[in-house]
Each structure stands twice: as C-alpha cells, then as structure tokens.
Design a protein around this ligand. Structure first.
Ligand SMILES: Nc1ccn([C@@H]2O[C@H](COP(=O)(O)OP(=O)(O)OP(=O)(O)O)[C@@H](O)[C@H]2O)c(=O)n1
Ligand SMILES: C[C@](O)(CO)[C@H](O)COP(=O)(O)O
Length: 250
C-alpha cells in the first residue's frame, strides 16, 4: 500500500501575497487541489495525507470533501518547519502502508509517469527522488563568496518531489534527524544520513515548485498548454521560425 503525504502548511513568505500560496487558484482550481488530483490519477497511490496549518484543518477537510475524483484522504495539522509538518503527516500513515511518498503541495504539475516511477524505484532501492539534470553549471561557494569547486554538470541533478521511501527507512530517518537536531530541506537528505541508497528518477522541467510570483504565470501557462501539448507548441514555433527565415533568405 502506498500513502502520499503532502506538506501544505507553509506561509508562502517568498510569494508574499498574505496567504498560503497553495490555496491560490490556477486554471480555476486551488494549487493544492491540482496537486492532489495528479496523485489521485495514479493507480499506484492508495491514500493521501494533507498537512495544513492548524487553523485550516476543518475548512480544508470540508473543501476537499467536495472535490470529485480524490483518493481517500486525511487532513492533519502541520508545524513551523516543512520537516516538522511532514513528521505530523507520517504519524497518521496507515500501518498497512509499505511505501510513503512525500510531495510538496506547491508542485501542481507532476506527471503520473514521475509519480509511478518514484513508487517503483522506492520499492526496488528503498528510496527514490524525482529530479532533473542541472541546466546550468553549478558552483560551490564558501562563506566569503569565493568559488570552492565546480562539480561536473553531468553529475548534478536538481531535486524535486515526489520523494518516495520504504516506510521503515523514512521513519528511521526522521527519528535520527529528531535525535540529532538535524533539519534538512528535503526528505532524501534525512535518509542519506542513514547511508541508505536513494535512486534518482528522471522527472521533467515542468514539475516546478510554485515559490515566487513569476512561478504562478509559468504554472498557469503549463496547465493551459497541457491541452495542446508542449511538443505541439514547439512544432508550431519551429514552423513559424522556418517560414520567417525562408522569407528573409529569398
Ligand atoms: N512549516 C511548513 C513549511 C512548508 N510547508 C510546505 O512545504 C512545501 C514546500 O515549501 P515552500 O515552497 O518553501 O513553501 P512555504 O514554506 O509556504 O514558502 P516560503 O518558504 O516562501 O515561506 C509547501 O507545499 C509548503 O506548504 C509545510 O507544510 N510546513
Ligand atoms: C523538497 C524540495 O522541493 C526539493 O526541491 C524543496 O527543497 C523544498 O522547499 P524549499 O524551497 O527548499 O524550502
């Protein structure tokens, strides 16, 4: 059985609109609902655990109960940090679950192929993260702003969610992080501290996290474009460019 946990209890400080960004509407639906529908469309996912701020628990429970097509869900209260919110979600994962996925509610564009790929890799390796190859050259920089190292780009991946793990491994990683007072920015970093393997699953560049205002524009465009298909759009642009070039050359 596979449970997906969705941290959605942030404050959206970088979005800076005075409310939790995951409740903002894109293409007619709140970001949180887009996200939950994506996971509900995967045959691999059995149930959802949504973690929201304590004051939002009952209103979100009510809102989600009116959304058709959602897998069975629970709504629980989060905490002050992403990691602590997820820990609250993990506390209600059903005993029968053997795989747990963690996914930022603020990533509404994840494909079913990525979700299924992460579940499968988590079953095989124990841990798996969705990621894309870095498009830019990355530098490690010291506290004085001086470059220390340039990791070879073909070894650098930009990590996203979902991140999936065997439940016993994820629970052990959270327990160790708590004991050591370790706070990570993703779940894999907690599991890596157990020296347990985490497999990279190639995702896509559309799986963005809505973080700052321009991301709303990008996410809205991607959601609209899904109807036409990205390849179709690229084909049209190529065709138009070729026609223009032809005109200039003759
Ligand atoms: N205490 C927190 C902080 C974050 N999150 C969730 O973790 C995901 C990724 O975090 P991020 O994009 O950083 O969201 P915010 O914390 O809301 O944004 P910011 O850091 O700009 O305040 C989001 O879905 C967010 O709601 C959470 O559940 N509990
Ligand atoms: C887990 C994560 O989505 C990986 O990219 C991300 O680290 C969480 O949010 P933040 O922006 O780093 O706070």
């Amino acid at each position: 059985m596979v449970t997906a946990v969705f941290p959605a209890a942030g404050q959206g400080r970088r979005m800076n609109v005075g409310m939790n960004k995951v409740f903002l509407e894109l293409a007619g639906k709140p970001i949180l609902v887009h996200t939950l529908l994506r996971f509900s469309a995967s045959a691999e996912i059995d149930n959802l655990v949504v973690v929201v701020a304590e004051e939002d628990v009952s209103s979100i429970r009510r809102l989600l109960s009116h959304v058709p097509g959602l897998k069975p869900f629970q709504v629980v209260a989060g905490s002050t940090e992403r990691q602590y919110s997820i820990a609250n979600g993990l506390a209600v994962v059903p005993a029968e679950a053997d795989i747990v996925l963690v996914h930022d509610a603020a990533r509404p564009l994840t494909s079913v192929a990525t979700i299924d790929g992460v579940v499968q890799a988590a079953r095989e390796a124990g841990g798996a993260v969705a990621a894309v190859p870095a498009k830019s050259t990355i530098k490690l920089v010291d506290n004085d702003g001086v470059v220390v190292k340039t990791p070879p780009r073909d070894k650098v991946w930009e990590v996203q969610t979902p991140q999936g793990f065997r439940k016993d491994i994820l629970l052990a990683a959270y327990q160790k992080a708590k004991e050591d007072g370790f706070l990570g920015t993703d779940d894999s970093s907690l599991v890596e501290r157990l020296a347990a393997p985490v497999k990279v699953v190639a995702s896509d560049y559309k799986n963005i996290k809505v973080t700052t205002p321009e991301d709303l524009l990008i996410a809205e465009m991607f959601l609209k474009e899904e109807g036409d298909g990205l390849r179709g759009m690229v084909k049209q642009t190529l065709q138009k460019t070729k026609e223009k070039m032809k005109k200039h050359l003759h």
